[in-house]
Design a protein around this ligand. Structure first.
Ligand SMILES: Nc1nc2c(ncn2[C@@H]2O[C@H](COP(=O)(O)OP(=O)(O)OP(=O)(O)O)[C@@H](O)[C@H]2O)c(=O)[nH]1
Ligand SMILES: [Mg+2]
Length: 222
């Protein structure tokens, strides 16, 4: 597990002054959670990216409709051996982004799993957003069934659905802007708080700079 901060220290200082939106990324191994975060935070895509070990923490500021927000992201591992740690990250979140792979219908099972899991373990449900990633590979003939199934899961729980490609960047900024608007609309003490009271959260694992993600070989994924 590691904490990752922006390289630019003045930007880092600024975001402590802003209102924080706490987001957790959940989903099956290999669906592209870390790639989505990397595209959003660093505007990068690494086709050789390694599987996440435990969870990594990211901060980024975002300006939506003229207002500044601090997005605080926990990117969790999809590996089952880390599932027991995951409540630490989703319990305190405003938004849970559940990522599925549009090329892999079985990744929707994990989406359903996390919906149940969160529902059973929190007092106040975060907003759930289901994100179908890898849209650059979308082929209607093959993938429409998966998309329709994802839509029906989404409708059943009254969540939002969005589609992205971490590879091309399609839909990534829009997705984070939309979920920020969603939180603003439902502003309350429960869903928003200042980052300075929040950042002291314990336990405090080692701090690393962006780009030195604690990872292991992709072959060990799931
Ligand atoms: N074509 C394409 N490949 C993607 C996209 N997003 C991620 N990938 C690839 O999918 C694989 C898995 O991506 P990760 O970001 O590591 O997935 P993850 O969900 O973080 O996986 P874990 O950390 O193991 O849970 C990598 O080979 C990525 O390069 C995308 O939008 N399009
Ligand atoms: Mg990852």
């Amino acid at each position: 597990m590691s904490f990752q901060f922006l390289e630019n220290s003045s930007e880092e200082a600024d975001i402590y002054e802003q209102t924080v939106i706490k987001i957790v990324m959940l989903g099956q191994c290999g669906t592209g959670k870390t790639s989505i975060v990397n595209r959003f935070v660093k505007d990068q895509f690494d086709p050789e990216i390694k599987t996440t070990v435990g969870a990594n923490f990211f901060l980024r500021s975002i300006n939506v409709d003229g207002l500044n927000f601090c997005i605080r992201l926990w990117d969790t591992s999809g590996q089952e051996r880390f599932n027991s740690l995951t409540p630490l990250y989703y319990r305190n979140s405003n938004i849970a982004i559940l990522v599925y792979d549009i090329k892999d219908i079985t990744s929707l099972e994990k989406v359903k799993y996390w919906i149940k899991e969160i529902h059973n373990n929190v007092k106040i449900m975060p907003f759930i957003v289901i994100v179908g990633n890898k849209m650059d590979q979308y082929d209607e003939k093959v993938d429409l069934k998966t998309l329709n199934l994802a839509k029906s899961v989404t409708e059943q729980i009254g969540a939002d659905i969005m589609h992205t490609s971490a590879k091309t960047g399609e839909g990534i900024t829009e997705m984070f802007e939309n979920i920020t608007r969603k939180v603003i609309k439902n502003r309350s003490k429960n869903v928003m708080q200042k980052v300075d009271s929040d950042i002291t959260e314990k336990p405090m694992p080692e701090i690393k700079k962006v780009g030195k993600t604690e990872t292991e070989k992709k072959t060990k994924c799931c």
